[in-house]
Design a protein around this ligand. Structure first.
Ligand SMILES: Cc1ncc(COP(=O)(O)O)c(C=O)c1O
Length: 306
């Protein structure tokens, strides 16, 4: 898995008692570098967990090819990428399992929760059992069969999403395309506004895929600035702009440090972390909101111009 992601990507590996192995990212996209993945595979590797960082899909064909050659499962963390496409096909249909989040900051919200997609019937059955205490035959199926018998084959959990939240999610799904379009529109405005600002480098967007624009991430170009990321961040906050940073390399968190991961493990991710800032981006923003963000960022980088 990439070093640059939300901690959940690694935590789910720990829940299984397995050991996360962090691969470095590509500087211009912050997506995991497939060449790095290949060099880290050993006979103990079980799965590849690529992350569609900021909403832009990873190199899924290359990653699937690596997985096939080494008999690994690809579990795509598409928490940022609902509605994104890779080679003209929507995310959710490329990996053995694709995992989405419906946390309130994501494209559609159910309060909390998420979705897994797979086209593998055996995996679907196991996933359904996993969320239902490990029981394969749920109450509806038992009713259909006119039988009370069920077996618990493996240890599962109560990860069922409540029906009320599912209803909310389904109604939100109907709005997804319009919201994606609005996110894209704002991202294009930012791109155009920063084209002549060398201190601000948006993430590179690759031509064979379309981001779902969960995050609009810029990389600061230190050559053109007298200030570091913290100063620029704080100046933007002082301008009333709700900037954020995604993410600290996962293994810098104390839990992972205590496991023995050392600084320097993924130098590209670490160097990128130092220059990343996430600008506000959501479908409810007005053109004027986006204009405020642009104006504030231009003002701050001009004030700190080297
Ligand atoms: C990349 C990534 N993976 C996983 C998650 C976890 O999603 P959830 O909080 O819905 O479990 C998030 C949530 O923010 C995320 O950004």
């Amino acid at each position: 898995m990439p070093a640059l992601s939300f901690v959940a990507t690694a935590n789910c590996v720990r829940y299984c008692g397995a050991t996360p192995v962090f691969a470095d990212v590509q500087a211009d996209t912050c997506l995991v570098d497939p060449a790095r993945i290949e060099s880290l595979v050993t006979e103990r590797t079980k799965a590849i967990l690529p992350v569609d960082y900021a909403g832009q899909p990873v190199d899924l064909d290359i990653i699937r090819d690596i997985a096939q050659r080494h008999s690994l499962v690809v579990i795509e963390d598409a928490a940022h990428a609902l509605g994104a496409t890779y080679r003209n096909r929507r995310i959710g249909s490329h990996a053995a399992m694709t995992v989405f989040s419906t946390h309130p900051v994501k494209h559609i919200a159910t309060g909390e929760g998420g979705v897994v997609t797979t086209d593998d019937d055996a995996l679907a059955t196991r996933l359904r059992a996993f969320r239902n205490h490990g029981i394969e035959v749920d109450a509806r199926e038992r009713e259909r069969r006119g039988d009370w018998v069920y077996d618990m084959g493996e240890l599962g959990y109560n990860y069922r999403m409540p029906d009320i939240l599912c209803a909310l999610g389904l109604s939100q799904l109907g709005k997804l395309d319009a919201w994606l379009e609005r996110r894209r529109d704002i991202a294009m405005r930012y791109d155009a506004a920063f084209r002549d600002v060398p201190a601000v480098m948006p993430l590179t967007q690759l031509p064979d895929r379309e981001s779902a624009w969960h995050l609009y991430v810029i990389r600061l170009n230190a050559e053109y600035l007298r200030a570091d990321r913290r100063q620029v961040f704080q100046a933007l906050r002082a301008e009333g702009i709700g900037v954020n940073v995604h993410y600290l390399p996962i293994y810098w968190h104390s839990y992972y440090r205590q496991m023995g991961y050392l600084k320097g493990l993924c130098p590209v991710a670490e160097a990128q972390y130092d220059r990343l800032i996430t600008l506000p981006l959501w479908a409810g923003m007005t053109d004027a909101d986006a204009g405020d963000v642009v104006q504030a960022l231009r003002k701050v980088v001009a004030a700190y111009a080297a």
